[in-house]
Write a protein that binds this ligand. Sequence first.
Ligand SMILES: Cc1cc2nc3c(=O)[nH]c(=O)nc-3n(C[C@H](O)[C@H](O)[C@H](O)COP(=O)(O)OP(=O)(O)OC[C@H]3O[C@@H](n4cnc5c(N)ncnc54)[C@H](O)[C@@H]3O)c2cc1C
Length: 495
Amino acid sequence: MSLPALSLSFSISSPAHFSSSNFKKFNSLKPPNATPSQISLDSTPPNLNPSPSQPSHNTGVIVVGAGLAGLAAATRLQAENIPFLLLEASDAVGGRVRTDSVDGFTLDRGFQIFITAYPEARKLLDYDALDLRRFYSGARVFYGGRFHTVADPLRHFSDSLQSLTNPIGSVIDKLLIAVTRIRVLSQSDFQILTADEVKTIELLRSIGFSESILDRFFRPFFGGIFFDRELETTSRLFDFVFKCLALGENTLPKNGIAAIPEQLAAKLNPSSVLLNSRVVSIDHESEEGAVVKLKSGELLRSDLGVILAIEEFEAVKILKGKTLAGDGVKLPVRSTICLYFTVDNDKVPVKDPVLFLNGSGRGIVNNMFFATNVAPSYAPAGKALVSVSLIGLHEGVSDEELVEGVVKELSGWFGEAAVGLWKYLRMYRIEFAQPNQCPPTNLMKEARVKAGLYVCGDYVSSATFDGALVSGRRAAEALLEDRAAVKSSMFSVSI
Ligand SMILES: Cc1cc2nc3c(=O)[nH]c(=O)nc-3n(C[C@H](O)[C@H](O)[C@H](O)COP(=O)(O)OP(=O)(O)OC[C@H]3O[C@@H](n4cnc5c(N)ncnc54)[C@H](O)[C@@H]3O)c2cc1C
């Protein structure tokens, strides 16, 4: 889908700006053997010209936003030796993929799972270095006052045989899961992401799944992935995630989910990444390239183009109200709350690295797991970490009420004696977890707003780690394509 023309004009840099002297100027700022820890924590980029109305710094490409999309864009540019500055508003890279270290506990900002089969992630990440810890392939569903296992037959055959007759779904439902697996595996990712779409719930009903399995398994499981228990999210996203789940493992990096963006950032030239640097506007009128204004008032000029790797609503603000995808920011965005508790490790009621789902249709908990059963490094020695996820923001409900409600509800799952020992650690209320990707969607949006201005982020592709990574690479490649065209026209003029 092409993006609407923006009223802001963006002039392609004149051939003179695509010169090796500009590259040299920027490259000379790079320390030859800089280490990742040198990523600047200073909000002030190199100040080459103190005049407030003049850009203080020229660079090739400016990438705004150091979430997965921005990191992927920067990675692609660096691979082509294109100088860039990656500007991040917050105090670390990662965007929505962040982890806090609190008193020896590893607290991901919201429950996130890394699926090893994400195709773009496989190309970009060193899985061994991430030391990925696996979940059980399946889930344990709380329904009718007790737990029922749903297991992947290819990985836990005997568990799956035993689960054939449990009340989570009929035998036919379980066969339909196998049929769905074959269907998605027979399609390419491109086919899946561009296929005719309906809401996920409509797709599942059309396949023939019973209301029992929809309520007891699909709503808590995929509703937990999409933060959408109604399952109104596009069937394209369902098929894509279902395929990745069939091909890969659900994992957590040993050092927390933020190890993923941190690994990407560690490979970038440290002096090209500026944290605490919020962009407030971009001027595309200049003949000499785009001028990016930071909150500090500092101006930075980009000779080759700007890649906006920020959330869609932020991009709309910076581009002065223009919507990027044609249809505007879709509401409601997807929200979640994650609560963490701890307890002595020997008091954990279950030792399996399994995800627990609320299939009861009652209560506020959607899913939970004992994080230390998956990755013991998530807590100090002798302690366990419990992670509980709710869908939505639960506005108007205080933190205390939520903690109380969760403890009461999970006491019904694991017993009052066990849950009574849990100590509350922290809560994350995440208003914007994912963009709303209900139909109609375009999961292959054009990165190019116009030559010299590009967008990426999970809203441009699929609302997943992988979608963000793909979109970042595509934005960089669109820029490289445009620049190659400028370069070849320079070449033909000089002949
Ligand atoms: C709780 C939670 C659970 C999730 N679970 C999963 C999961 O299990 N599996 C999965 O695949 N995906 C999951 N996701 C989704 C996934 O995290 C996102 O799709 C992906 O990280 C989006 O990356 P992004 O680069 O597009 O955007 P972001 O991560 O939002 O990055 C945008 C960056 O731009 C910066 N920025 C914004 N405005 C400016 C500005 N003006 N100037 C400078 N910088 C700016 C922001 O600070 C941010 O760092 C989850 C998300 C959340 C929050």
